[in-house]
Design a protein around this ligand. Structure first.
Ligand SMILES: Cc1cc2nc3c(=O)[nH]c(=O)nc-3n(C[C@H](O)[C@H](O)[C@H](O)COP(=O)(O)OP(=O)(O)OC[C@H]3O[C@@H](n4cnc5c(N)ncnc54)[C@H](O)[C@@H]3O)c2cc1C
Ligand code: SF4
Length: 451
């Protein structure tokens, strides 16, 4: 810790977002960066706590006090080396991690001004790329064993990266036309520029990982026999549906229909007018109050929507930095307002969807009703009760952003491992990467036993 008093003298400073009028018309990243001087000052605020709760809260176990100290001292090379001991792709988490570590930071408990770990992580990594500190490892000793990784999302990429470094010959099979999983085809470009993924994939290829695209693999005994081990990291492909009357109307879509298509359009792909899912000139209703819904709002704005409303069936979370039900250092389930919400949106809670309404097969509105949640006298889930009269929200586009179903897997042979969202259900990039890394360890332990 370079400056033991910095946390008393220097306030938390976030880089913030580009102004709304500037960012709303393009898909460039919204987040700005601090100057190197300001960034080092932010790093100096880390207190190197005796018990670093940030380290406990980060699923990858990132050692923020160590790399913040190196960053404060201006040693970006050491900072990256320390960061990279636990985090294989800090340029991803540095942009889109919700920063579980910052909520657990002792300074968050002290005055709600935690360290800026996520942004620090991004700054360290971008500087390391710029200065050439990140170079492919090309001297990996091969052990003669072959591993297949099915699915090139963050879980699969993290598993492939570790197994490759351990000496396994790794082939990644991906059903899409490019790698990244939801990093590429879920998260909008205004949160994560896809060139950042391409840069990392190029490194992984130079290090010897083979990527096979356009390959939807079904793992069966015959496939598993071709490899010493197989890692399944296929995510959560099934979105939760809302089977209300009128669901079949043109204009009712899953969130990913729009988000993945928009990312593909930005990558140069073309779609016919009929295929295109666009908010242009429309009143948009997003059903689901979470992060995917928020990404739909930002995308709808950039596509030129007329208006956007987001409804959520659950009550409004508590406002402010503290969650009495889930106190520090746990993750606070408080109201989150994202850059997309700031761009303009009506947000409502305790709203149930009754019916999709339409004319000539096309969506015109959605019948909804305000509800309340009453405690269940028998315990367990609260009971939903109707409140007020049904009302109609005008909408020509509905986006269903209500989460994903946890996949079920058949009983595989003992050389097959499942990781990431495919194993644990829909979660976060940092958890997917941590799961991929843990699975690489399990594969190595299994193959080392079965020499
Ligand atoms: C819209 C949206 C926004 C999000 N934003 C954030 C965020 O800001 N921060 C955050 O931390 N998390 C975010 N998440 C969650 C995060 O993206 C996921 O938790 C994470 O990507 C899961 O990683 P994964 O590798 O397990 O699965 P995925 O990323 O889903 O990757 C699975 C891959 O497997 C491939 N695949 C599937 N079946 C097959 C098959 N049979 N053969 C070959 N390949 C196959 C898929 O094409 C895909 O590429 C977001 C999710 C969504 C939907
Ligand atoms: S990966 Fe996320 S939780 Fe871990 S240190 Fe980085 S920002 Fe914090």
């Amino acid at each position: 810790m370079g400056n033991p008093k910095a946390f008393l003298e220097i306030h938390r400073q976030e880089a913030g977002y580009r102004p709304i009028h500037d960012r709303i018309h393009d898909f460039g990243e919204v987040e700005q960066t601090l100057s190197t001087r300001e960034r080092k000052l932010q790093a100096s605020r880390c207190m190197d706590c005796g018990v670093p709760f940030c380290h406990w809260a980060c699923p990858l176990g990132n050692k923020a006090p160590e790399w913040n100290d190196a960053l404060y001292k201006g040693d970006f090379e050491l900072a990256y080396q320390l960061l990279n001991t636990t985090n294989p792709f800090p340029e991803f988490t540095g942009r889109i991690c919700p920063a579980l570590c910052e909520k657990a930071c002792v300074l968050n408990r002290f005055n709600h001004e935690p360290t800026t770990n996520r942004e620090d992580e991004c700054a360290i990594t971008e500087m390391a790329f710029q200065e050439g500190f990140i170079q492919p490892k090309t001297d990996i000793a091969r052990n003669g064993k072959k591993v297949a990784v099915i699915g090139a999302g963050p879980a699969g990429l993290a598993a492939a990266n570790d197994l490759n470094h351990m000496g396994y010959t790794v082939t990644v099979f991906e059903k899409n036309e490019a790698a990244g999983g939801l990093l590429r085809y879920g998260i909008p470009n205004f949160k994560l520029n896809k060139a950042v993924i391409d840069r990392r994939i190029a490194l992984l290829e130079q290090e010897g990982i083979e990527f096979k695209y356009g390959q939807a693999v079904e793992v069966n005994d015959a496939f598993a026999k071709e490899f010493d081990a197989v890692v399944i990291s296929t995510g959560t492909p099934t979105a939760r549906d809302l089977k209300a009357p009128g669901r079949e109307l043109k204009g009712v879509h899953f969130a990913l229909d729009m988000l993945s298509q928009q990312n593909r359009v930005l990558a140069g792909m073309e779609f016919s007018k009929d295929e295109r899912v666009t908010a242009k000139g429309k009143d948009v209703l997003v059903i689901g109050g979470g992060d995917t819904g928020s990404d739909c709002i930002g995308t709808a704005h950039r596509q030129g929507c007329k208006s956007v409303t987001q409804i959520e069936i659950m009550p409004k979370p508590v406002e402010g930095p503290e969650d009495p039900q889930n106190p520090w250092p746990e993750w606070p389930r408080t109201l989150k307002t994202t850059s997309s919400h700031e761009e303009g949106c009506t947000r409502r809670w305790n709203i149930n969807t009754l019916e999709f309404l339409g004319k000539d097969g096309k969506l015109t509105g959605v019948k909804v009703q305000e509800i309340d949640w009453k405690p269940n006298p028998e315990g367990g889930r609260p009971i939903m009760v109707e409140k007020g009269k049904p009302e109609i929200i005008k909408a020509e586009l509905v986006l269903l952003a209500m989460g994903f179903l946890k996949p079920e897997h058949p009983a595989y042979g003992n050389n097959v491992f499942v990781c990431g969202d495919a194993a644990n259900g829909a979660s976060l990039v940092v958890r997917a990467m941590a799961s991929g890394r843990q699975t690489a360890q399990k594969v190595n332990a299994f193959l080392s036993k079965n020499k």
